[in-house]
Design a binder for this molecule. Structure first.
Ligand SMILES: *Cc1c(COP(=O)(O)O)cnc(C)c1O
Length: 411
């Protein structure tokens, strides 16, 4: 256990790491193994491995029920899901989208030669700033793509008003938001369509996978055709399509994960509460909160580091944590507009994105989920408190050491 008064205890300054094994953000949650294995045996016995098999159909049915949405189409991953939703909705030209997201949101547009028009985010919610959206609309704009960051819903009503006023489609990247609600209704019912990710690093996983949800019958029909090469029957292709199908083993995992979802959320919530208790009153360190009456999945524990108050910078804190084998992540650093190809295509995008750039330089995500226990969280919090307590001294000593950690090249 770290002694908060003894700086030398920190691994970054020569002490032994607090954790022998690395603690990762997004370590998978796994449901009941025996149930999963029984499903896989069944699948092998039936020799039906993909192509809209029994598990995919059952999984889609259960998901629709869980989300209270009319159509749920499962796909091989959320990135392909976004590409299909974008194409099926008829987006072209320009789409207004936040840069403060995982790069797949933007790639899904650029892949189809649609121009992502980066919109800044709200400093409180970290979601697309509705007040900025309208001024970005041009004659080429065909849609808005919101991202429910950290599982907290975008201001869907206000976005919908802008979309209606300018005759735009409204899509949501809901990769973070499975199991979260908006105004008491499950996310999955907003805009024209929403796309979830069930990647292994998300709190609910199908190994790889995702789902597109919509209450629009025609859009759902197009999405179903598109994810299966446009096949409307044997030998009959009626539409441009791709291969976005989810396989049966992923659907089996999804059904099994769904049976444990309450447990996953409960653990995430109590982990989050523990972090919150342990980190209140640490100067310059603020936990991103989930308040109000909504449901959340609590899968992201996000810290905002105010360097001026904490006396230690975000990157230095990350370095201290990595040394302890706490592999905290800088989501979403540096911001999509500062990554290729966007950085070369739109070199001045940052001028319009002051909040995005500020958040990208301040936020840290910490390990949570079923792979982390409460004692480990307390220890992670002790490391953070120690680092802040001795911020200037740590900063001085780190500067004297050879570079390592996420900013260096030794790991
Ligand atoms: C994870 C993620 C994706 C991509 O999901 P995949 O299923 O891995 O393709 C897209 N957008 C956001 C915001 C994500 O976090």
């Amino acid at each position: 256990m770290i002694d908060e008064d003894r700086l030398e205890n920190l691994a970054a300054l020569g002490g032994a790491p607090s954790f022998e094994e690395k603690l990762h953000v997004g370590r998978p949650n796994i449901g009941d193994r025996a149930t999963l294995m029984a499903r896989i045996e069944d699948m092998l016995d039936r020799r039906w491995l993909t192509n809209n098999g029994r598990f995919v159909q059952e999984f889609e049915h259960e998901l629709s029920k869980f989300l209270g949405v009319k159509h749920c189409i499962v796909v091989c991953n959320a990135t392909v899901g976004l590409e299909i939703a974008i194409k099926a909705s008829g987006l072209t030209g320009e789409v207004i989208v936040p840069s403060f997201t995982f790069v797949a949101t933007i790639h899904a547009l650029q892949w189809q030669e649609i121009t992502p028009v980066f919109c800044d985010v709200d400093p409180e919610t970290h979601n697309i700033d509705v007040r900025r959206v309208e001024e970005l609309v041009t004659p080429r704009t065909s849609g808005i793509m919101g991202v429910h960051l950290w599982g907290r819903a975008c201001d869907a009503d206000a976005l919908s008003d802008v979309a209606v006023a300018h005759d735009l489609k409204l899509l949501f990247d809901a990769a973070h938001a499975f199991g979260s609600s908006h105004q008491g209704r499950m996310i999955g019912n907003l805009g024209d369509a929403e796309v979830f990710s069930f990647h292994a690093t998300k709190f609910f996983n199908t190994f790889e996978g995702g789902a597109i949800t919509t209450n629009d019958d025609d859009l759902a029909a197009r999405i179903r055709l598109m994810k299966n090469f446009g096949f409307a029957g044997h030998d009959k292709v009626v539409y441009l399509g791709t291969n976005g199908k989810m396989n049966e083993v992923s659907a089996a995992m999804g059904l099994t994960s769904l049976e444990s979802i309450d447990e996953f959320v409960d653990i995430n919530r109590s982990n989050y509460e523990r972090y919150r208790q342990e980190l209140t009153n640490v100067p310059g360190i603020d936990l991103v909160t989930y308040d109000g009456d909504e449901s959340y999945n609590y899968q992201y524990v996000v810290l905002d580091v105010d360097e001026a108050v904490a006396g230690i910078g975000r990157d230095e804190l990350v370095e201290v944590l990595w040394s302890e084998n706490v592999i905290a992540r800088r989501y979403f650093y540096p911001g999509c507009h500062r990554m290729e190809p966007y950085r070369s295509l739109y070199p001045h995008a940052g001028l319009m994105l002051p909040v995005t750039e500020k958040l990208a330089d301040r936020l840290i995500t910490l390990p949570t989920g079923t792979a982390v226990d409460p004692e480990q969280i307390s220890e992670i919090a002790r490391v953070i408190r120690t680092a802040v307590k001795h911020g200037p001294e740590i900063r001085r000593r780190l500067a004297e050491l050879p570079k390592s950690g996420p900013n260096g090249n030794t790991r």
